[in-house]
Design a protein around this ligand. Structure first.
Ligand code: OAD
Length: 239
């Protein structure tokens, strides 16, 4: 029998932001906005050609700051879950956009970093940025050109907040993955960790992935997430 749900971990991926106008990663051509992932999302790519990598993230940042890029109904539904569910709700996102926080989510961990932040490679200090950055931009802490890198977790690097995420996965009663293909480790294994610790696991996605969740709901995030959140809140507050 399923135990009562007192704590929920929600993992989100690019699919939750797709209807806000931000491209997902795994398009059929294997390219990310016309670039090879090795060139723009690895430490080696940055070492080889920092100008290209800065240019790429400048473009992504500009796109995110466009007026018509806004949180959609799925982001808003998760805010409602955090506010109205009478228990713990933690959102772990693989997304580097800021749509969850713009919608109003508070308990949120960006495991793959954030597009609107840069980091000093010497001191690890993190800075908010909205403007374009180049290889010659002076770092705000050490005033050295070339010391700033995007605060993004690239392939081969360790995701952020892992100890906190692991603790939450081990103690949650319900794990919900939204709009993620399950192709990138370690996020792809989160449902298994939660399952081992006896949580119920649910996938909300446009299409079936290879992961074996206990329950699956298919459809656009802007439709299925609000419906699912309504259901969770209703069953939690029902007498
Ligand atoms: P992917 O692009 O791999 O997968 C997006 C998923 O969203 C797919 O399973 C789609 O079926 C689903 N999807 C698309 N549109 C949707 C919609 N409107 N509603 C619901 N689902 C929809 O993106 P991620 O799984 O997030 O890492 O990718 C994981 C990581 O790989 C990213 O964080 C990024 C990337 O390389 C880094 O940048 C480190």
């Amino acid at each position: 029998m399923r135990r009562p749900v007192k704590s929920i971990v929600v993992l989100t991926g690019a699919g939750i932001s797709a209807e806000s106008g931000i491209s997902t990663f795994r398009a059929s051509d294997g390219l990310w906005e016309n670039h090879r992932i090795d060139d723009v999302a690895t430490p080696e790519g940055f070492e080889r050609n920092p100008q290209l990598v800065h240019h790429f993230y400048n473009q992504r940042r500009r796109q995110l700051l466009l007026e018509d890029i806004r949180p959609n109904a799925a982001h808003t539904a998760l805010v409602r879950l955090e506010r109205e569910f009478p228990g713990e709700v933690l959102i772990v996102t693989q997304n580097v956009d800021n749509l969850h926080e713009r919608a109003g989510s508070r308990k949120l961990l960006h495991m793959h970093g954030e597009l609107l932040k840069m980091r000093c490679v010497e001191t690890n200090q993190i800075f908010d940025v909205q403007e374009d950055i180049g290889f010659d931009t002076l770092c705000r802490c050490c005033q050295t050109p070339g010391n700033l890198r995007p605060h993004i977790v690239w392939f081969g690097e360790i995701p952020l907040h892992m100890p906190q995420i692991s603790r939450a996965l081990e103690s949650c009663d319900l794990f919900v993955a939204i709009g993620t293909s399950g192709n990138v480790y370690p996020a792809s294994g989160f449902y298994q960790t939660a399952k081992i610790h006896r949580a119920h696991t649910v996938e909300l996605n446009l299409e079936q992935t290879r992961s074996s969740f206990d329950e699956r709901l298919f459809g656009r995030a802007s439709i299925v997430v609000p419906e699912y959140v309504d259901q969770l809140i209703c069953s939690a507050v029902a007498p």
